[in-house]
Design a protein around this ligand. Structure first.
Ligand code: NAG
Ligand code: NAG
Length: 256
């Protein structure tokens, strides 16, 4: 009974505070739909923005961007990355009127790490204020915006990564990234991977950088091929010139 009352109390309590902001949760690399909950068909325009920037919303999914409009005024963000987490405002213009909806986007991910491997999490996004983990069995702050890393298990770098150099099973747990208001931006569930039968080529990074690294590799590969072709071409030309010269010399030497 007491539990039930407490739960009811909690629900009304959170309902009161959440009416201003709609919580939306999505998995990293997955998709999120920000629903406008607007039946009106006379919508002229929608604007999506965060406290720091305006988000470009494509008219259709066929655009190159990750953000596009769906249906009346819903917005889909696909291929989610950690830095998508945070506060969003959707402004809807219709019939010479306008309305605003506020959202809190939460991104979660799960990762398995083998003992001794490096774990890199790109969770120190611009809105991140604190990181907490329950790996010790209770919630502890391991990073703050003002004081940096608070744990001797970790390092941070200038690219927004929280790094555990050599993972121990005792590092396993849930890692939560909170903004200045204590809202959860990111949740990463880290498991220790006991089975060592797997190939060690598996990616252990939990960064947003995978894509850019791939294109980087791709670029390097193309550059290598082009350089090889150019060197081969120069080689062929040089040999042709030498041959031609020799022939030419032989030819001119005959009359001599
Ligand atoms: C996300 O959306 C894209 C494009 O609509 C789709 O191809 C993909 O399967 C979706 N992914 C998930 C995890 O829902
Ligand atoms: C950490 O918290 C999650 C729930 O948020 C729970 O499932 C997990 O068992 C906890 N881990 C530890 C090590 O306490």
């Amino acid at each position: 009974m007491v539990n039930l009352l407490l739960m009811l109390g909690l629900i009304t309590y959170s309902a009161q505070f959440k009416t201003s902001s709609i919580s939306v949760s999505g998995e990293k690399r997955g998709n999120i739909t920000v629903r406008c909950e607007h039946e009106d068909n006379n919508i002229d325009l929608i604007d999506l923005f965060t406290p720091s920037k305006e988000i470009e919303v494509c008219e259709t999914e066929e655009c190159s961007g990750r953000v596009f409009k769906e249906g009346n005024c819903d917005v889909v963000i696909k291929n989610l990355i950690f830095s998508d987490a945070g506060k969003y405002t959707l402004r809807i213009y219709y019939n010479n009127d306008q309305t605003e909806l506020k959202y809190q986007l939460h991104i979660h991910d799960e990762i398995s790490v083998k003992a001794g491997e490096e774990l890199k999490m790109s969770v120190l996004v611009s809105d991140a204020d604190k990181v907490k983990t329950n790996s010790s069995g209770e919630w502890k702050e391991v990073w703050t915006r003002d004081h940096g890393v608070q744990s001797d298990r970790m390092n941070d770098d200038n690219d927004g990564n929280l790094i555990i150099k050599s993972f121990l099973d005792s590092d396993a747990g849930t890692y939560r990234v909170l903004d200045t208001e204590g809202e959860i931006l990111i949740t990463v569930t880290v498991r220790g991977e006991r089975n060592s039968g797997r190939k060690s080529t598996e990616k252990l990074d939990d960064t947003d950088e995978d894509k850019t690294e791939d294109t980087e590799h791709h670029k390097n590969w193309i550059v290598s091929v082009v350089v090889c072709l150019v060197i081969s071409a120069v080689f062929v030309i040089v040999i042709s010139v030498i041959k031609w010269r020799r022939q030419h010399r032989d030819h001119t030497q005959v009359p001599v």
